[in-house]
Ligand binder design. Structure first.
Ligand code: HEC
Ligand code: HEC
Length: 372
């Protein structure tokens, strides 16, 4: 099935089978019933719905069902959303929403019946970002440099690969050699526009801090910052580039400034959506997206996200718990986050690590991702 075309190649995915659709529909129905039960319980004890959807009318119920269905399909149907393999064997990432709109058209078209979902009118394009060219060029060299990881095996680009939309095309990310990740690698396109980073939104300061976390975290690049700054000092090209960028001698602080400067250059501009040259099928998909299918309740705004956490009901990938190389990474994370009983947790807590709600209603919520 052809989704979109980049550089002349047709992008195809395996056709959906009836069995896969039936299983996804069953998942979505079960999840919808779960949400209804939760809402009922809250109403009975007089609690506000908080962020639970109001499912009292048929339209809202149908919109929610469609959203759950597309996420259930996403979980089954593609190994990861971040890359779709083209007929030429390369992995493609189409501009703003092209492939998602079509996926939505294909899937949602199957069962959409009523309409009552919220429409948001403030979609893209994103505004251009100002950046300093010399600092960004230095940041780019650092981004692709394996010397930033302690055993010189991985760079930022190992996981955030430009050929795969600055992600990796994997369902769960890699990690520091010897271990494996427990979440998927988000794209870095438009990341400089965000105010809270990571799937759980746990870092709400700036990209300088996010960069530090990526470099120093034991399961990421496992690097000591004092050692890290010595490495560029050994390379005359870096010495010159740091100087030209106005940073003086290479230092921990300037690495953490230069990489975010490069990240500012990664924005999604000029897609058919931005230029209003979408095909008729994509336009129909967009109508569903902001209408009947209810996607825009969460995927709204110029980056197609409300920057808030939600529980979409997609189950965790079982490999996190069955593969010890992934489990150990999760345990390390959970321990650093101060979660109790971290050896026994069998569910990614998501936004709970940031909001710590006593009733646990934030467990399993993740930040709405952008749809570039
Ligand atoms: C081993 C794989 C890996 C490497 C190497 C890596 N990242 Fe990441 N990156 C991830 C994963 C996985 C996440 C999501 C983590 C989470 O949600 O807990 C992430 C999240 C991010 C985010 C937040 C994105 C968002 O939308 O919230 C940024 C920014 C980022 N990485 C930048 C970098 C930079 C810069 C480097 C190099 C210094 C780097 N990453 C190295 C895997 C990696
Ligand atoms: C209730 C809020 C909500 C609604 C409604 C919603 N989404 Fe999502 N969407 C999310 C969240 C949150 C995630 C991340 C899920 C996770 O990490 O488990 C997500 C993930 C996705 C992804 C994967 C993106 C990636 O890079 O991994 C796609 C594609 C997507 N949604 C498309 C849609 C479409 C199409 C619709 C409408 C049919 C829709 N969504 C409706 C909140 C929502």
């Amino acid at each position: 099935m052809s989704l979109c075309s980049t550089s002349g190649a047709t992008v195809t995915v395996t056709p959906l089978t009836t069995a896969a659709m039936a299983a996804a529909q069953a998942d979505a129905r079960k999840r919808l019933e779960g949400l209804e039960a939760q809402a009922k319980e809250r109403k009975e004890v007089g609690l506000p719905l908080d962020r639970l959807p109001d499912l009292s009318d048929e339209g809202a119920r149908e919109g929610q069902y469609q959203a759950l269905l597309i996420h259930a399909l996403a979980a089954r149907y593609t190994t990861a959303w971040s890359g779709i393999e083209g007929s030429d064997g390369r992995v493609y990432s189409c501009g703003h929403y092209g492939r998602y709109a079509r996926i939505a058209t294909l899937f949602i078209g199957v069962s959409a019946t009523s309409s009552d979902a919220r429409a948001a009118e403030d979609f893209g394009p994103v505004k251009a970002m100002q950046f300093d060219a010399k600092k960004a060029a230095l940041g780019k060299r650092l981004f692709f440099d394996k010397r930033l990881s302690s055993d010189v095996a991985i760079s930022c680009a190992t996981c955030h690969d430009p050929a795969k939309g600055f992600s990796d095309g994997l369902a769960l990310s890699k990690a520091y050699p010897g271990s494996e990740g427990f979440r998927n690698t988000p794209t870095l396109i438009n990341t400089a526009y965000k105010a809270a980073w990571f799937h759980d939104g746990r870092l709400g300061t700036n990209l300088n801090d996010v960069t530090r976390e990526m470099i120093t975290e034991t399961y990421m690049m496992n690097m000591d910052m004092r050692l890290m700054q010595e490495r560029p000092k050994q390379d005359p090209v870096y010495v010159q580039m740091f100087k030209d960028a106005g940073y003086g001698e290479p230092s921990n602080g300037s690495v953490r400034k230069a990489i975010p400067e490069y990240l500012k250059t990664l924005s999604s501009r000029g897609s058919p959506f931005d230029k209003e040259t979408m095909s008729a099928a994509a336009k129909r998909g967009f109508d569903l997206f902001k209408g009947k299918a209810g996607c825009a309740a969460c995927h709204s705004g110029p980056r197609f996200t409300d920057d808030r956490p939600h529980n979409t009901g997609v189950p965790n990938n079982p490999d996190i718990w069955s593969d010890p190389r992934r489990h150990v990474t999760f345990v390390t994370y959970a321990m650093f986050m101060g979660l109790e009983n971290y050896f026994n947790i069998r569910r990614d807590p998501g936004a709970h690590v940031r909001t710590h709600k006593a009733d646990g209603s934030d467990v399993g919520k993740f930040m709405t991702p952008t749809l570039v």
